[in-house]
Ligand binder design. Structure first.
Ligand code: AMP
Length: 624
């Protein structure tokens, strides 16, 4: 495939902020892309070489990139650096510099997408001593043979500044339109995406085998499944009602969600954002290897613990471990335990359509190293956990809790089961909640015993009940940073306020709900300024909806936690616009940054607009 076709599409897309036009550009591109390389094209337009979970990074230092441009253009390094300094973007600098080189050196054959992709792949896979020089040579080899406008995009891609604003949903819309003629088929693609997390494979399957084959894409080991999510409720009564009167209540631990994939001695760990983080938790990997189950996909919450008491410790300590470089030292200083709560796959069987109570029973067998997990038990196993967690019928207040693995208090074994209890009465929920809070948890998750595991779905089969909701307004929200105002006075040279947005799941848009300027320390402000730099874009992002005027715009990437005193109606913000009152959206009163940057959350995992609306209604109800 001729590279200029792809580059021409990039140029068109760069000119627009309209989602409809972006989709149209992609539809044309996909229709003209051979099935053999459509996966590669899908990765490239999202600035990647592979699905996120493969963590394939180019790993080329900025200095090397500048040298590659100098080398291929025949210009001096200092003139390349100057162009970079003036434009602020290596891609733009490359475009400029390459224009002035001697055109006769150009290769006569047109450059292909295949060649660019395979060279970039080689760059990413080159490691070890001397690898930077090898990467430089590989990069120069393609820059030598490309037009200046092509070099510009190749360098943007290499440096991670190709920010076309193409979300997963836009790619799926475009694939559905290009290959089935109807956007409504996106839901089938979404299902396949939720279980495989790989848009490239989906594109190839659709282009080469059609929609029927998409329907049969299944969970496979070592491709992370998109996590099932919970809705929030604010009262125990509501929680029980959603469960048809009988729920499985679990501690809501304040840690990081991890999906564990095991195939004999191969173990990989994935975050909720589907990044591979196996190397961060060698202690967990070791423990999981010791399980006798052969193949499994399990989910749990990793929490930092106090090794002497086994008590759960706050989220911040876990994040400190993630940021530490020396892994052995981090393991010593921040010991962790994984608390399992779900099972998605075992020994060749997808368990996601089984009821939760049955999945939990199988999970208990696995963690207790029960070797009886056979195909027959998968099909017929009566839930042992149901028998074990009976609730006393006498007073309705006694709950028996299943939590111990057989190794009980052995915290060198890094695995536990999340404490779980059957609940049918509000009092039981409250007692369990009190125990959870006492043990350092955020609250409870209450789950429907008959619910299937619906990958990627946020629905009321799982609800979260945080204690704070009960004290009316002191609630935390996870919001996406989409813009900023420069600071004044003491904050000159940093940002004075950040514009935050909630996620509109239906429209796949980020809608603004507040500006936040408090809760920051001088140090954190400096850090924000640095961390946000790589997300700066020249105009408002196509997926961001706000009427606010900002000094700087960002691609929606960073999620931060905010506490606010109240949710109010506001004409200035677009979250929930028109849903409660014509012309009004929802804004936060007295928003404050809690100090938590939610690295573990994708922007799409931020608080949803729907949740804000529910919270607003709940708050109005309780103040009556
Ligand atoms: P939230 O991040 O507030 O939407 O809450 C959902 C998150 O709670 C999940 O993604 C998990 O990381 C975490 N969590 C803690 N305990 C549990 C549990 N028992 N079941 C499911 N998720 C849990």
């Amino acid at each position: 495939m001729d590279l200029s076709l792809l580059i021409g599409t990039f140029e068109e897309m760069e000119k627009t902020t309209s989602r409809i036009s972006l989709t149209g550009n992609l539809v044309d591109l996909f229709k003209n892309t051979p099935g053999e390389i459509i996966d590669k094209v899908v990765y490239l337009i999202q600035g990647k070489l592979a699905p996120d979970y493969e963590s394939l990074e180019l790993g080329l230092a900025e200095k090397m990139a500048l040298r590659a441009i100098a080398y291929s253009s025949g210009s001096s390094l200092s003139s390349v650096e100057k162009a970079y300094h003036l434009t602020g973007d290596i891609g733009d600098a490359a475009g400029q510099i390459m224009k002035s080189r001697n055109q006769t050196t150009l290769h006569s054959d047109p450059m292909t997408v295949e060649r660019v992709f395979s060279t970039l792949e080689k760059i990413a896979k080159t490691a070890g001593p001397g690898s930077q020089e090898s990467k430089l040579r590989l990069l120069s080899s393609i820059l030598n043979d490309t037009e200046p406008r092509e070099s510009r995009y190749i360098m943007k891609f290499v440096m991670g500044t190709l920010r076309l604003g193409i979300a997963d949903f836009t790619v799926m819309d475009a694939l559905a339109l290009a290959f089935t003629g109807s956007k409504s088929n996106r839901t089938l693609l979404e299902r396949a995406y939720n279980v495989t997390s790989d848009l490239g494979t989906i594109a190839t399957t659709l282009a080469k085998q059609g929609l029927e084959s998409i329907k049969s894409l299944q969970i496979v080991l070592f491709k992370p499944v998109r996590p099932m999510l919970a809705e929030r409720v604010t009262t125990t009564e509501d929680a029980l009602e959603r469960m048809d009167g009988h729920g499985l209540a679990e501690y809501k631990l304040d840690g990081e969600r991890i999906q564990v994939h095991k195939d004999s001695n191969n173990v990989e760990l994935f975050t909720r954002r589907l990044d591979r983080i196996t190397h961060h938790f060698p202690d967990i990997v070791q423990s999981v290897k010791s399980l006798s189950v052969n193949e499994a996909i399990m989910e749990g919450e990793v929490v930092a613990i106090d090794i002497s008491t086994g008590a759960y410790l706050p989220f911040q300590l876990l994040m400190r471990r993630r940021r530490k470089h020396g892994i052995n030292e981090a393991m010593e200083n921040y010991p962790v335990v994984i608390n399992f709560f779900d099972l998605l796959y075992v020994n060749g069987n997808d368990t996601t359509s089984m009821p939760l109570s049955k999945r939990r029973a199988l999970l208990e067998d696995i963690i207790n190293n029960d070797t009886r997990i056979k195909k027959s038990s998968l099909q017929t196993a009566k839930s042992r956990s149901d028998e074990a967690r009976t609730i006393s019928e006498n007073d309705g207040s006694d709950i028996s809790v299943r939590q111990q693995n057989k190794n009980g208090d052995d915290y060198h074994n890094r695995m536990k089961l999340v404490p779980q209890a059957n609940v049918t009465e509000p009092l039981q929920v409250e007692k369990f909640m009190a125990a959870a809070i006492e043990n350092g948890c955020e609250g409870l998750m209450v789950k429907h015993p008959n619910s299937a595991y619906r990958a990627g779905a946020r629905e009321f089969a799982w609800v979260k009940l945080k204690r704070e909701y009960r004290s009316e307004l002191a609630d935390t929200l996870d919001l996406v940073v989409v813009g900023a105002l420069y600071g004044r006075g003491r904050r000159v040279g940093k940002y004075g306020a950040l514009l935050l947005a909630a996620y509109d799941t239906k429209a796949d848009q980020f809608r603004s709900t507040t500006k936040v300027g408090t809760g920051f320390t001088d140090e954190s402000l400096g850090q924000f300024f640095k961390d946000l730099e790589r997300h700066i874009i020249p105009h408002k992002h196509p997926r961001v909806d706000t009427g606010m005027k900002m000094d700087v715009w960002f691609e929606p990437e960073m999620v931060i936690e905010i506490i606010a005193s109240e949710i109010t109606l506001s004409p200035a913000h677009t979250a929930g616009i028109n849903s409660l009152k014509e012309g009004f959206g929802l804004a936060l009163r007295f928003p404050k940054f809690t100090g938590k940057i939610r690295d573990d959350k994708k922007p799409e995992d931020a608080t949803a607009v729907g949740e804000l609306i529910t919270m607003y209604k709940q708050q109005s109800r309780s103040s009556k």
